[in-house]
Design a protein around this ligand. Structure first.
Ligand SMILES: *Cc1c(COP(=O)(O)O)cnc(C)c1O
Length: 382
């Protein structure tokens, strides 16, 4: 196989037709209203609530600050049970809000929190659980709700990957006290940078204050809030993008199915099929694979570097575990996270984005096959 002429990145941000974005910009130029609950911002908020199925959505300038605001809104203190198999944002938010992350292991079946381990980790200091719907795979939301109820704990889902996911026809954001979404450029649905909290309780007044310095009116402030408001330019990107989301999910499903069909012929590569469960409506946001070094013939790191020579850029997502970051170590209580560690050492996410042609998927898999073959036979195939 020849090196591909341009770089194939692991992801590529979706952009709407430029005229559609310009239409919103013209409205902004007319109104001179750039941020602070603008018209476009409010319209996006309504559109999202109906798309996601929650009573309320509050927009933020990014997902991370939304998660911090959720922790503040629920007044969480003490210990929060979470997993280290996530983007470092989840763990950082807990630490930055003065709480202690208590690490729970994950299930190898879908890489979400192992709900059967939760009860062992609960102490009198536990205030909440922050599980992650990793790659859009839904956590066992029913079991988690049951445990939270029994021990009177709050649940915030890191749903940054789960836009558009449903279980039994119900939006995934309807579970837990609050769900955090990220609309970062690399996510399935983007507002350039952006994020939101989706929820059914009446948190909207407090959240709106928390994201705007804690201010209640011109002369009063109730909280020591920061600034995490979404501006009109970000919201405009959201409105321009949201009508394409279902189409984007359909296109990603095709790419996913092509990968699955081709990769099932290669030994030592495992992938996930969340949508095999008929109760799950999946979003195909990522295409992670697990490399079994013995069966594949080379390890994850080797494959990751070998693919670069063909101009294919995959990502070790998530590696390392957040509890292994030097910055986090001293703040964390680590239980047994052996499965998470094993997964993080063999995971690789392959390129998936709208506009990735099926022939490119074939090319990527051909390269993987060639790398395996060369490794096994020490020579090039013709
Ligand atoms: C992207 C992401 C975040 C952070 O969201 P930002 O919008 O980038 O701040 C948090 N958690 C997970 C799992 C993510 O993938």
């Amino acid at each position: 196989m020849k090196k591909f002429e341009t770089e194939i990145m692991v992801t590529r941000s979706f952009l709407p037709p430029i005229e559609e974005y310009m239409g919103y910009l013209q409205n902004i130029w007319k109104s001179h209203w750039l941020t602070n609950n603008g018209k476009i911002h409010n319209e996006l908020q309504d559109r999202l609530s109906s798309y996601l199925g929650t009573k309320h959505t509050t927009l933020f300038t990014n997902g991370h600050l939304a998660l911090e605001a959720a922790i503040e809104c629920l007044n969480l203190k003490g210990e929060i049970i979470t997993t280290p198999y996530t983007f470092v944002s989840t763990t950082n938010a807990i630490i930055r809000k003065g709480c202690t992350p208590v690490m729970c292991d994950i299930k190898e079946s879908d890489l979400t929190i192992d709900e059967t381990m939760l009860e062992h980790l609960i102490t009198e200091k536990t205030s909440a659980i922050i599980p992650v719907h990793v790659y859009g795979h839904p956590c066992n939301v029913e079991a988690i709700s049951g445990i939270a109820k029994k021990y009177n704990l709050k649940v915030i889902y890191d749903a940054a990957h789960a836009f558009g996911v449903k279980i039994r026809g119900k939006g995934i954001m309807e579970f837990g006290d609050i769900s955090m979404l990220s609309f970062h450029a690399t996510k399935l649905f983007n507002t350039i940078e952006g994020g939101a909290l989706a929820y059914n309780n009446n948190y909207q007044v407090k959240l709106n204050q928390l994201k705007n310095f804690g201010i209640t009116d011109e002369e009063h402030a109730e909280y020591i809030g920061g600034n995490a408001k979404m501006n009109e330019f970000q919201a405009a990107m959201g409105l321009a993008n949201i009508k394409y989301v279902d189409q984007l999910i359909r296109e990603r499903k095709e790419i996913t199915n092509r990968y699955r069909k081709r990769l099932s012929q290669i030994s030592g590569i495992r992938f996930f099929e969340a949508d095999k469960d008929p109760s799950i409506q999946y979003n195909y946001a990522y295409f992670p694979v697990l490399i079994d070094e013995k069966a594949f013939g080379s390890g994850r790191d080797e494959l990751h570097s070998a693919l670069k020579k063909y101009n294919i850029f995959t990502r070790k997502y998530f590696y390392p575990l957040t509890c292994d970051f030097e910055s986090c170590k001293k703040y964390i209580q680590i239980a047994n996270v052996e499965k998470a560690r094993r997964v993080s050492e063999s995971i690789l996410t392959l390129p998936i984005y709208n506009g990735l042609k099926l022939e490119m998927v074939d090319y990527i898999v051909d390269c993987i096959e060639e790398i395996q073959c060369e490794k096994r036979h020490g020579e090039k195939r013709i």
